[in-house]
Design a binder for this molecule. Sequence first.
Ligand SMILES: [Zn+2]
Length: 449
Amino acid sequence: MNPSNIFAEKIALPLGDLFMKQSVASSLKFLMLSQWWSKDQLVNYQNLKLKELVKHAYRNVPYYKDLFYKNDISPDEIKCKEDLKKIPILTKEIIRKNIKSGDLIAKNIRNNKLVHASSSGSTGEPLKYYTTNYAYGFNLACAIRAWYWMGYQLGDRYVKISQYDRSKTKQIQDFLNNSKYLPAKELNEEYFKLIVKSINSYKPKIIRGYPDQMLFLSNYIKANNLDVYTPHALTTTGSTLRKSTRDRIESVFGVPIYDAYRCEGGANVSQCENRESFHSSVEYAITEITSKGKEVNYGEKGYLITTDLQNLAVPFIRYDTQDIVTKGTEECSCGRNLMTISKIDGRDSDFLITPSGKFLIDVQFDGWFPEVASVDQYQIYQKYRDLIIIRLVVNEIFDKKEENRILSYWQKYIGLDTKVEIEILKDIPLTKSGKRRYLIRDKSIILPF
Ligand SMILES: [Zn+2]
């Protein structure tokens, strides 16, 4: 441990917690120990948290009180993961409706203690809900623990290639934590040049980004035969890491990628140092992997259903993420008894390409539309190479002014060589497999790779 690690762990993180009213430091300390617990210890901890959660939800959350009553479930019956099967699945649609009515928000938590949260990554429609400072910090600590698995320690230099601007408070935190956020608002030479220059001067231990951003950055580095600093490791999250993408990025940077999967409802899944499979943070959430309502066997694919054990503000009990994963074998050679997932199958960002060769990926839209209050659903359809249609399902606060604002933002963003149109729909149907596609490129438009 060098002085910057000691400063980050002993001073910066606890101070940050105090300032943000979080408890990342104590949660991380707990998680660094619990990762080596026996299977029984982990199951006992989950059962304890589950019983507390179910009792809390029944007492304080109208949606669950009603659900349990209608399905003749007593909260005392739910004692372990297997008992969860008695509780009907929670969907995004149910959450949206019951957040609006207030029925999914715990009545015993004061409004000023609710922390806004929103779905991210390529899964799900824009979904707004609430969490608590404690749950937010615990979830963040699970992510930090996974960074330790790839050789990172708090205080090490860390770069995130980001779609978003950082708030002033976050910038202070970044400075104290030795982390740097590099914007890649557009996937073009201007941004890539700056990113490579910053990486080379900052010399980070870890670089983190969305797979598609990292892919385009790697292609740019390779095409221009640039020298790029070799970090200790790379980490990706936000969409499925295709094999071809992994191979290309790893060959350009010369180090391994540790992939991770996160989603609303508490699933916090990361590859350990062995990179054989992913571990689910079982202290944060219970993960079920089901097909036709039944838990699948090892090596089989199923839907990831998650129960958030820490967020008491809006309890996610048996939330269907609509993501498909493959259940891992019972044991990982790293020795941890945290549940394993061998593959994240379900999420796949699509690409659009404009006449000038500019690529558009899912995260660019996903970083914008969830913040637009007048839009409930969106889908981007590229009909011709020079025509992109933004399909929207809107609500009562949408008007002509909003339409013009959305249109002019995206016309400017996408470029004048492409006509951008808005189409208002009553609903955007799901695919046959029940997934929502955010980006659709007509089959006639061929990508150059
Ligand atoms: Zn492992």
